[in-house]
Design a protein around this ligand. Structure first.
Ligand code: GTP
Ligand code: MG
Length: 177
């Protein structure tokens, strides 16, 4: 009986939000995940939603617009998400404090402690970038006591690091489904 119930049980759903400042590479990362290649993007106006159908789980990916005017939309979506991906442009030293503050506001005010957080240090194909170790320290990741986080270097231009970053993150979501 349990076997038949499993066969006909409705598949689990999870929302995954992709956050980060405008031009960090959120849509480019989603494009690489969906199509296996870099595709030209335009700034996201509001939010794009894509669904990935895995055997045990449907993941609804919310790719948020990062421009200032769209950021007030984030909290409602983050509050309904089971996973957060936060993307930082590793060459954007000028807006480091801004993106750090926005990140910590999400962690402190918009998600529960049990929501896993994947941080991508994106655009590693470019020169003059911050190192992962410096980033982890200065971004305050070591101060996060209750959040399960992981941090990977990625390039949505070459695809570098994306498989490594998402494999264990998505398996974790599947296991929890
Ligand atoms: N060199 C390099 N360029 C990238 C990378 N990822 C994104 N870009 C470029 O950065 C620019 C912005 O990328 P998007 O993916 O549109 O950025 P976004 O975070 O979705 O921006 P908003 O939608 O405005 O919030 C585009 O010109 C991309 O081609 C990367 O890993 N390396
Ligand atoms: Mg975008």
């Amino acid at each position: 009986m349990a076997f038949f119930l499993r066969l006909f049980r409705k598949k689990k759903q999870a929302n995954m939000t992709i956050c980060g400042l405008d031009k960090a590479g959120k849509t480019s990362v989603v494009n690489y995940l969906m199509h296996g290649e870099n595709r030209e993007t335009i700034p996201t106006m509001g939010v794009n939603v894509n669904t990935v159908n895995l055997p045990k789980l449907d993941i609804h990916i919310y790719d948020l617009g990062g421009q200032e005017g769209f950021r007030p939309l984030w909290s409602d979506i983050n509050e309904r998400s089971q996973a957060i991906v936060y993307i930082v442009d590793c060459t954007d030293f000028e807006r480091f404090e801004l993106t750090k503050n926005i990140f910590h506001d999400i962690i402190d005010a918009q998600i529960d402690d049990n929501v896993p957080v994947l941080i991508l240090l994106n655009k590693i194909d470019l020169p003059n970038r911050m190192s992962r170790a410096d980033f982890i320290y200065h971004f305050g990741l070591l101060d996060l006591k209750n959040t399960t986080w992981s941090c990977y270097e990625t390039s949505a231009m070459t695809g570098g690091g994306l498989i490594e970053a998402f494999t264990s993150f998505i398996h974790k979501l599947e296991d929890e489904a």
